[in-house]
Design a protein around this ligand. Structure first.
Ligand code: ZN
Ligand code: MN
Length: 478
């Protein structure tokens, strides 16, 4: 048997984070909204309506293209890609065919083992990035199919790679790095749970040392890294068995679906070709033109790449895993950045965010509070309203209830007692109640002081400011 090599290329669809949809003014944030409430005649494809390209989406797609080292094409056209399906009311998708937004580029990726050790560094070439709009969503219930068009018209970037990946591990490591780039460019929230990033993976085999690409199997619509990994592993094994049986590669391209529950692929059909879609220029949208200056102006505003951000976090003193956690989880990163901005103390910030907050989020399975709420909590600790200890309780309650720090402190009466008069009163009470401790302190037993401070803390239900209690107690005993 000849030694075989696996050849993988990906097509990635990323939903863009824009205020409105790709060609109309509908709200682009349809998640959790009532079906068919964020729609209009344009995204429903009514005849006679005119699509208008979304400038914010174009700007973010250009940033992404530049971040993956693509070349922006100065001439850009939109095309109609035709197919009939109930999730696509106009009967065509507005996409880009022979004049895409950008061509070429590459993404560097790193494969690590569970302990974070680098196993392999690789580069995956990018073929193109183009813009298009998404279809609606179908839900099948028995013999009935429900159509929700809220997602119809959502801006998408489709990113196509070269067949440069040689294993499922490489494909996943590449896809994860691409996701970080989308997030860093603020081009997509790339929330896998909400299906904002989806993969079609093409896989074929060839004899090692040969260059020719054999017919491929295209696995459609994988929407998690786990599914991408499992589907590629499964299909690779299946193609190897077929090769053994038939003595060679697939006779022609095929399209397969991934059955998540059964953990196997299923052949759907021979793969469709461009001819099947009858692409033609979208007559309602004039070609877009970008000058070199337009592109350079956008390049100047490019945010730092995820690997640069990771480096910055490591320079602040975070370890590799913590830094990766931040560039992988945009909501945590926003909170971390805002709190660090306030405290300028990376160790304290990571303790609060990556240990306490992440712990509570895991335990409660809730969403993270707003960055603003977290900053407010830190302010309450810094200005002495609550102790750092009480801060932990407040944070837990913030996660559980979704309320702000000040609401919780107010409602639960958790304010720290820092008022001199109130503390003096408490300290006097402690002295009166603990004559033996006072006696032994006066006889030189320093540790006895701790017992008295402890009594005050207990009496005040942990709300007395311990530093103040110490200070006033010492003064009184002199
Ligand atoms: Zn609309
Ligand atoms: Mn597409």
């Amino acid at each position: 048997m000849p030694e075989l090599e696996t050849v993988i290329g990906l097509e990635v669809h990323a939903q863009m984070s824009t205020k409105t949809k790709m060609f109309c003014n509908c709200d682009n944030d349809a998640f959790g909204k009532k079906p068919n409430t964020t729609v209009c005649p344009i995204c429903m494809g009514h005849p006679g309506t005119l699509p208008v390209p979304n400038g914010e989406a174009i700007n973010k797609a250009i940033k992404t293209s530049l971040a993956i080292k693509g070349t922006i094409n100065e001439d850009n056209h939109f095309d109609r890609k035709h197919y009939f399906y109930p999730d696509l009311p106009p009967g065509f998708q507005i996409s880009q065919y022979d004049f895409p937004l950008s061509s070429g580029g590459s993404v560097d990726y790193t494969i690590r083992d569970a302990s974070g050790q680098v196993i392999k560094e690789g580069v995956c070439g990018i073929t193109r990035l183009h813009m298009e709009n998404d279809a609606g969503k179908l839900t099948h219930r028995g013999a009935m199919t429900l159509c929700d068009y809220n997602r119809a018209g959502t801006p998408l970037m489709e990113i196509v790679t070269e067949p440069d990946l040689r294993s499922s591990d490489e494909a996943v490591a590449f896809a994860q790095e691409l996701r970080r780039i989308l997030i860093a460019m603020d081009a997509s929230d790339a929330d896998m749970f909400k299906g904002m990033m989806r993969f079609d993976a093409s896989i074929s085999l060839r004899e090692k040392g040969t260059e020719k690409l054999n017919p491929r199997s295209e696995i459609k619509n994988l929407n998690s890294f786990k599914a991408l990994e499992k589907a590629l592993k499964y299909e690779e094994g299946r193609l190897r068995k077929e090769w053994d049986k038939d003595g060679g590669p697939l006779p022609n391209d095929i399209t397969v679906g991934w059955l998540d529950d059964e953990e196997k692929t299923k052949v759907l059909r021979d793969k469709e070709t461009a001819d099947d879609y009858r692409y033609f220029p979208e007559p309602d949208i004039p070609p877009l033109k970008f000058t070199k200056k337009d592109i350079e102006d956008i390049r100047k505003e490019l945010p730092p790449l995820p690997q640069e951000r990771k480096q910055e976090y490591m320079e602040l003193g975070l370890d590799e895993a913590q830094s990766v956690q931040l560039i992988d989880q945009p909501e945590l990163q926003k909170i971390f950045d805002a709190v660090y901005e306030k405290t300028k103390d990376a160790k304290r910030t990571s303790g609060l965010i990556l240990t306490q907050l992440v712990g509570f989020l895991r335990a409660e399975e809730k969403e993270a509070p707003d960055a603003g709420d977290m900053v407010q909590l830190v302010e309450k600790i810094e200005d002495g309203t609550i102790s750092a200890n009480a801060g932990k309780d407040v944070l837990e309650k913030m996660v559980k209830t979704g309320k702000s720090a000040s609401e919780i402190i107010e409602a639960e009466g958790m304010q720290q007692i820092s008022d001199d008069g109130a503390i003096e009163e408490l300290v006097q009470k402690a002295i009166d109640a603990n004559p033996e401790a006072i006696e032994s302190y006066k006889n030189g037993k320093e540790a006895a002081l701790g017992a008295i401070v402890g009594w005050v803390m207990k009496e005040s239900k942990g709300q007395a400011n311990p530093a103040k209690v110490n200070e006033i107690l010492k003064k009184k005993l002199k």
